[in-house]
Ligand binder design. Structure first.
Ligand SMILES: Cc1cc2nc3c(=O)[nH]c(=O)nc-3n(C[C@H](O)[C@H](O)[C@H](O)COP(=O)(O)OP(=O)(O)OC[C@H]3O[C@@H](n4cnc5c(N)ncnc54)[C@H](O)[C@@H]3O)c2cc1C
Length: 409
């Protein structure tokens, strides 16, 4: 008699769900990966900035726990993905230009405190790499994690007077998604249920049953011994059906990104993160003129503390905002950036979409006491074969999937 492999249903094919599915397949589970979208990594895991965080930006978490988690996640991001998708990644071709941290004159955290934090990040990074030779940051071993530099000439000195070079980078999410997509399509161990909405999960004598309907309206059902809930913005609703509700306030934020082409006069500008407060980011690539912009006050347009974010956000999340809605985000963002980096207002071919950010807390980022400045209470909640995964950051998805690997029997 052949042994029937246990089935695991993974809900959500963002980076968290795809990593969980790959891990479960390696543990010899019969895997079913479900998503409402037509392919993997189509929501927050596509429409984000792609920064693999080293922890610099979490200087307002005095416990250092967020930076520590980001470092552990960032240094294992590539090694873990290489283990699950061998030969898939040519990291140098995926990397953006490194981030310069630009310290705003109106920073929430004073410069000496920021420098102390960057020093701790550097020391901890060296310690982690020394303790485990298999760790690397997207193909590189890191040594110097921050260095003050003269204020670049293209920055408005009325906005900022200090700049710090770092080795932190983002990755090209389109190319990255293609690699993950190909790996899943060729993996016969994983049943892909794209275009499948998840409505309900119930606990049964045999384990669990997941149910929903397809985009064309047909009902679907799968029984499973284990469930992984990696639905991100749909996660709490399914958790609640199983009696799991958070014991602290949470918030979903709708955050937009603007994609365009760097103005010719600004060719060669590096990626930048403006710290610390409700500012924004610029991401550039070394090999073309593509540009990512996000200015927090203009790009964060939605705030919800309900169990599920409002349906009106869907157009941004699926990249189907009307021309008028996009123009509103684009125009405000370019106007704000033009004050910070004069000339960025001339960004060409700009469009906008967005994603949801789930986090603990109930006040916004301009409040120094806000829990949005921390991202360490994230990861897996496990209950008798049910695993609910709060990814927290794109950066930490593989790291949490490796923790799931240890929990799967
Ligand atoms: C603008 C922006 C910038 C960001 N920048 C960064 C950054 O630079 N670095 C970083 O580390 N993090 C960043 N983040 C956060 C990061 O994007 C998320 O933490 C991460 O992508 C979450 O991954 P996930 O797999 O959990 O969620 P997702 O990628 O959203 O995957 C969840 C999946 O579940 C599916 N789903 C949800 N509900 C249902 C349902 N009912 N039925 C069927 N399917 C469903 C969705 O279609 C989706 O594919 C950013 C986020 C945003 C919005």
């Amino acid at each position: 008699m052949t042994h029937q492999r246990e089935r695991i249903v993974v809900l959500g094919a963002g980076l968290q769900g795809t990593c969980a599915a790959l891990v479960a397949a390696q543990r010899n589970y019969q895997v079913c990966l479900v998503d409402q979208a037509a392919r993997c990594l189509d929501r927050a895991s596509l429409r984000n900035e792609g920064k693999i965080h080293l922890g610099h930006v979490y200087a307002n978490d005095d416990s250092f726990r967020t930076a520590d988690l980001m470092l552990r996640s960032a240094l294992s991001f590539a090694p873990l993905l290489e283990r699950w998708i061998p030969g898939g990644f040519d990291w140098p071709t995926l990397r953006t230009t490194p981030f310069t941290y630009v310290v705003a004159n109106e920073t929430l955290i004073p410069l000496p405190h920021l420098y102390e934090h960057y020093g701790r990040v550097e020391a901890r990074c060296r310690e982690l790499q020394a303790a485990d030779r298999s760790l690397h940051y997207l193909g590189e071993r890191l040594d110097c994690l921050w260095k003050e530099q003269p204020l670049p000439r293209w920055l408005n000195p009325a906005f900022a007077s200090t700049a710090v070079a770092t080795p932190e980078v983002s990755i090209d999410l389109i190319r990255f998604r293609q690699i993950v997509d190909d790996a899943l399509e060729h993996d016969s161990r994983i049943e892909l249920l794209y275009g499948h909405n998840v409505r309900e999960v119930t606990r049964e004598a045999h384990g669990f049953t997941a149910r929903g309907c397809t985009t064309s309206g047909e009902q679907w059902t799968r029984d499973a011994g284990c469930i992984v809930n990696a639905l991100w913005d749909g996660r709490l609703e399914i958790d609640a059906q199983l009696g799991l509700t958070p014991n602290q306030p949470w918030v979903y934020r709708l955050k937009h990104r603007v994609l365009g082409r760097t103005p010719k006069a600004l060719a060669g500008i590096p990626s930048m993160t403006f710290v610390l407060g409700a500012f924004g980011d610029v991401v550039t690539r070394p090999d073309d003129d593509s540009l990512y912009l996000s200015w927090y006050p203009c790009c964060q347009t939605g705030w919800s503390q309900m169990l599920k974010p409002p349906a009106e956000w869907d157009a941004a999340l699926t990249g189907t905002l009307s021309a008028r809605e996009q123009a509103s985000v684009v125009d405000n963002t370019l106007a704000a950036f033009d004050h910070v980096v004069p000339g960025l207002g001339e960004t060409r071919g700009a469009s906008a979409d967005g994603g949801v950010i789930f986090s603990w807390g109930d006040s916004n980022i301009d409040d120094t006491a806000s829990k949005l400045h921390q991202r360490h209470q994230i990861g897996i909640s496990a209950a008798d074969g049910y695993f609910s995964m709060d990814t927290g950051k794109f950066t930490s998805a593989p790291y949490f999937a490796s923790q799931l690997e240890a929990l799967l029997s």
